[in-house]
Design a protein around this ligand. Structure first.
Ligand code: AHR
Length: 355
């Protein structure tokens, strides 16, 4: 083909291409929506990542509940620990005109504009697990999650009660391995520790971001042992993955993990109560494990069911959570005016744990 012939052909094709692209561009969201089976609910789920066993359990809970046989078309996006990926996923869901969006936000801020877009597009948004800090909270339909401050208070109150029960009079020197900075889970658990430390005169020797990841928990603990050595007697880990990493580092250094801090052991406090975390609680390596419930599938299914039927849902819903230990002396703790039971961990309980 000569250059002249090719350019004539191109000129003829360009308008057709432009029309084709334009048609395809404006058709996507509405046509896509119309082409979906009417009895199927399309849900876009923007998950944070897969940083911990807890996170994997929450993804599994969603994927095993919002199934095709239950009438769902679940679009799953893994944010790989980055807010920009989660924002991108939300925009895609809006463009696809999904029926509902479920968002587990990595951090609390930075969601206003995208949530407003979803709201303007008429897509109800369910925020799960962590919170968003928005200028106007009507841009999302419901938040269902944990009371992270209460979790932290329960952990600290357990420690206080334990120290009293053994009449411990020495210094309480804590290494604090934080969760992802500015995530609700970190903010609540950290706030509780800081105020308990102030109230009871505990020393927080070091406080570092472990991002809820085992490898970082281990690295932080190795550094802490190198810097503070034998002074350390308590480690406050903001999840089980970090606790597992910290335990590895302590044992490798030759120190022992356990609740006998007068006898030189290092006591570990943890959150989540995953199967792995509960096993470590049963064998005494984690002294107290405050639960964070990842079973969001059934909760979101119920919320969507109600919204579909035009029923009211509360704007805030809290997950039910327990606290576990193998130390039989402490059966309950008091936070404010509330009494909370401490559940004794046993084999049966662990076997019943699916995550
Ligand atoms: O937001 C919940 C926290 O995030 C869990 O404690 C932690 O394990 C997870 O990664």
């Amino acid at each position: 083909m000569t250059f002249k012939k090719a350019s004539i052909l191109l000129k003829a094709l360009v308008p057709a291409l432009i029309i084709g692209l334009a048609l395809c561009g404006c058709a996507t969201s509405e046509e896509e929506k119309d082409s979906r089976p009417k009895d199927q609910v399309t849900v876009g789920f923007s998950q944070i990542g897969a940083e911990s066993d807890w996170r994997i359990a929450s993804t599994e809970s969603m994927q095993s509940t919002l199934t095709a046989s239950a009438g769902y078309n679940l679009l799953f996006k893994d944010g790989q620990q980055k807010q920009e990926n989660q924002l991108l996923a939300m925009r895609e869901f809006i463009d696809q005109a999904v029926d509902y969006i479920i968002l587990d936000p990595i951090t609390e801020t930075g969601w206003d504009a995208t949530l407003r877009e979803a709201y303007d597009a008429g897509i109800p948004v369910i925020i799960m697990d962590r919170r968003v800090d928005t200028f106007d909270d009507s841009v999302y339909t419901v938040w269902a999650g944990s009371d992270f401050l209460l979790e932290g208070k329960r952990a600290c109150k357990w420690l206080r009660t334990y120290l009293k029960s053994i009449s411990f009079s020495g210094d309480v020197n804590i290494i604090h391995i934080k969760g992802t900075t500015n995530s609700s889970a970190q903010l609540g658990r950290t706030k509780a520790l800081k105020s308990a430390a102030k109230k009871y005169g505990w020393n927080i020797l070091m406080s570092e971001d472990g991002d809820f990841v085992q490898a970082k928990g281990r690295e932080i603990m190795e550094n802490a042992l190198a810097t503070y050595g034998d002074d350390i007697n308590v480690v406050y880990c903001e999840n089980d993955s970090e606790a597992i990493g910290a335990i590895e580092a302590i044992e490798q250094s030759g120190r022992r993990v356990g609740s006998d801090i007068s006898g030189g052991e290092i006591m570990i406090l943890s959150f989540d109560a995953t199967r792995q975390g509960l096993l470590l609680t049963l064998n005494g390596k984690i002294s107290v494990n405050t639960e964070c419930n990842p079973e969001y599938g059934p909760v979101c299914d119920e919320i969507i069911g109600k919204l579909k039927d035009g029923l009211e849902v509360p704007h805030e819903m809290f997950m039910e959570e327990s606290q576990f230990s193998a130390i039989t002396d402490i059966k309950e703790i008091k936070v404010g005016d509330e009494i909370y039971p401490v559940t004794m961990v046993d084999r049966e309980l662990i076997d019943a744990r699916s995550y």
